[in-house]
Write a protein that binds this ligand. Structure first.
Ligand code: C5P
Length: 243
């Protein structure tokens, strides 16, 4: 694949143009950031591990009828993806109270939600990615009401599929973040990545509250063994995917 101009340098990925205007190349980096990039570091092999995890999960979701931007994994840390216009919204789906939901609501960490909830955050570094209501989204014309309804539905569908898949891996899907993009025809495609950077995953094989964390919270909270946790998630996903 012929690499073109660097189009976007994100915190964990770099996107390059290719000779085909409809195809981009995503390069997964080992760099990690948290708290709106106030905390920075690297996680050994994260690029390759997250690329493998995201590829497997996107293929799984495609097999369940979810349209994604993924074309194929081309090297250990690179994927070709369809060029889309990313909607400036982070779609967060939660099954269990953790992170900002605990801070916002006072619910105890680990409280099971009676039903999954979907939240939208405005992707805007300068503002620290604030929680947005439907009214805020309409005000800034970030998505139409129809698109918003579709994003909610897609978020919950992806949640159903991922919960089932991760359960096979003895992993509990606490919460996760999705991003979506629009293709030339205006179709909504699942974009960005799904990985331990973007999900909270708790190990069902232990009840120890710090051992069970197999995601970026290990980095955020300096729990140690970050790379090993990511590796463990990859190993379990690949085993489940092989079945
Ligand atoms: O921090 P918070 O509890 O709102 O995060 C909810 C979920 O969304 C977590 O799984 C977190 O890893 C993910 N997230 C993300 N990127 C962000 C914010 C949150 O992947 N910018």
């Amino acid at each position: 694949i012929q690499l073109g101009a660097q189009l976007y340098a994100g915190k964990a990925k770099i996107l390059y143009a290719t000779s085909d205007p409809n195809v981009l190349l995503a390069y997964y980096k080992d760099d990690a950031t948290a708290f709106n990039a106030q905390k920075r570091g690297t996680i050994a092999n994260k690029g390759e591990v997250n690329c493998a995890i995201a590829t497997n999960l996107f293929k799984y979701l495609e097999s369940k009828g979810i349209a994604t931007h993924l074309i194929e994994q081309v090297t250990t840390d690179r994927q070709t993806i369809k060029a889309v216009k990313i909607l400036p919204l982070e779609v967060v789906v939660r099954n269990i109270a953790a992170g900002s939901l605990v801070k916002r609501t006072g619910l105890e960490l680990g409280t099971k939600l009676n039903q999954a909830i979907v939240e939208f955050y405005y992707k805007k570094d300068e503002l620290g990615d604030p929680l947005f209501t439907d009214a805020h989204i309409a005000l800034l014309e970030l998505a139409t009401p129809e698109q918003l309804q579709q994003l909610r539905k897609l978020g919950l569908e992806v949640n159903q599929h991922l919960q089932a898949f991760f359960n096979q891996c003895d992993l509990t899907l606490v919460d996760f973040k999705l991003e979506f993009g629009l293709d030339q025809q205006g179709n909504i495609l699942l974009a960005d990545e799904i990985s331990p950077d973007t999900c909270r995953l708790w190990d069902q094989r232990t009840d120890n509250p710090s051992d069970r964390v197999l995601d970026k919270d290990r980095f955020r909270q300096d729990l140690g063994n970050v790379a090993a946790a990511y590796q463990e998630v990859m190993t379990r996903i690949q085993a489940a995917f092989a079945n």
